[in-house]
Write a protein that binds this ligand. Structure first.
Ligand SMILES: Nc1ncnc2c1ncn2[C@@H]1O[C@H](COP(=O)(O)OP(=O)(O)O)[C@@H](O)[C@H]1O
Ligand SMILES: [Mg+2]
Length: 411
């Protein structure tokens, strides 16, 4: 199971007598990545009070299953990881609620341990194949300097690396004033301009040598720190080749682009899956965002649905309303990021991404949702097993157990 050892699995329930031995049994196979969480008396939500979401939740329902499932179903979908339900009864009402809460699998107690392991493996595999099959390249550019393009790019890349656990590269193409290394507290020894100059001999192995590694797993191709590179020194063909090699290794590529439409940025923009345009609530920013979006659509022919507008430091009381911005930009779907000067100031000074510094802060959660939206953390695949089982049960026919139940059981 080495490919999946980073998957964090949480086993939640009310009875530690039930879940602790099960966690120990599973840990043998899942490389000690199973943790437990006891749902305490006052709360029904199985994830209440946790700092980070697991990749997979195994929820062992108690006699208060109704409260537990209602509480879980009322979480926003982004805050519900793929879930396996263990229930004491094969009750149609439990199944109906489990379906509503988006559960992937449903096991009745006492279930065979190998069935549970298989259910976990299925989720891990689905997650990996759906993420890996969809290569995403996201360019982040601001409509005006200082809008937050750079911090949004680094936080998006970091969130994808941590949450999706797939190879993510962050490319700092702000070659004169790039600050991604600083914002991640990294000390690059090589930079993107050197990689571009070597692009003729570049392959996936050589590329690794130009990357600066962040402890999250994120790899940064940093901008030069101590020398001046003039824009004309970057050859568009070299960048094209560099991106080709980057895509051989990295499933998610986030590119911090300075606001400049030229031959170099056009090479990038022509091949991205999403362009994130970051603006703020100010007339000048709105005017520039409109102009930028027009250029992206007309000159570079990026379809509208690939452009995501972000209003950073959004204030609902600001005289420039969200509706006015929507109308001006002709964009209905706009992501709002609140202002949080205090957290940004400290996080930036410490070179800490927000997911590490303040995982539960509203600003971090909006960035997590943005990462899901642009990074293609896909919706749960069809829950065929559970669905057909539920339909059978709801229609009154008791479904066949999926596999005979010999061997080890738990509980
Ligand atoms: N939502 C926010 N709340 C508070 N401060 C922010 C926010 N977004 C960005 N900032 C701050 O604004 C400054 C400019 O951000 P930066 O990402 O460098 O902008 P850009 O790349 O668009 O020029 C940084 O100091 C950053 O910490
Ligand atoms: Mg910037």
């Amino acid at each position: 199971m080495t490919a999946f050892t980073k998957t964090q699995i949480l086993l939640a329930g009310r009875s530690s007598q039930d879940i602790v031995p099960l966690a120990s049994a599973l840990n043998v196979d899942f490389d000690n990545h199973i943790s437990t969480h006891i749902i305490s008396n006052g709360h029904a939500d199985p994830l209440y009070g946790l700092n980070a979401l697991p990749d997979i939740l195994i929820l062992w329902l108690s006699a208060q299953w109704e409260d537990e499932l209602h509480a879980f179903a009322s979480r926003r979908p982004a805050l519900r990881p793929p879930t396996i339900i263990i229930s004491l009864h094969d009750d149609p009402e439990i199944l109906r609620l489990a379906l509503r809460s988006g559960a992937r699998d449903f096991l009745t107690h006492p279930a065979a341990l190998h069935e549970l392991k298989q259910a976990i493996q299925r989720i891990i595999q689905e997650k990996h194949s759906s993420l890996e099959s969809s290569q995403q390249t996201i360019a982040v550019l601001n409509a005006k300097g200082g809008s937050g393009g750079t911090v949004i790019a680094s936080n998006l890349a970091h969130i994808m690396a941590v949450r999706q656990r797939i190879p993510v590269a962050l490319l700092d193409l702000d070659i004169q004033f790039g600050s991604q290394a600083l914002s991640l507290d990294l000390h690059p020894t090589r930079d993107i301009v050197e990689a571009l100059n070597a692009s003729g001999q570049l392959d996936a192995v050589a590329l690794e040598g130009y990357m600066t590694k962040h402890k999250s797993g994120l790899n940064l191709l940093a901008a030069p720190l101590n020398r001046l590179v003039l824009p004309g020194e970057i050859v568009p063909e070299h960048l094209d080749r560099l991106l080709e090699v980057v895509h051989q290794t990295y499933t998610r590529v986030v590119i911090d682009l300075p606001r400049l439409i030229d031959a170099v940025s056009t090479v990038v923009l022509a091949q991205v899956t999403t362009v994130v345009v970051v603006m703020q609530q100010a007339l000048a920013s709105m005017r520039d965002a409109r102009r930028l979006i027009e250029i992206l659509q007309r000159e570079i022919e990026i379809p509208k649905e690939r452009i995501v507008v972000v209003i950073n430091r959004y204030n609902p009381k600001h005289p420039i309303t969200l509706d006015a911005i929507r109308q001006t930009l002709q964009q209905s779907s706009i992501t709002l990021i609140p202002s949080d000067y205090a957290r940004f100031e400290i996080a930036t000074n410490q070179g800490m991404p927000l997911l590490d510094f303040a995982p539960r802060a509203p600003i971090t959660q909006t960035l997590v949702e943005l990462a899901q939206r642009v990074g293609g953390e896909t919706e749960a695949p069809a829950k065929r097993g559970l669905l057909s089982r539920a339909l059978g049960l709801l229609a009154g026919s008791k479904p066949e157990p999926a596999t005979p139940r010999p061997q080890e059981t738990f509980g």
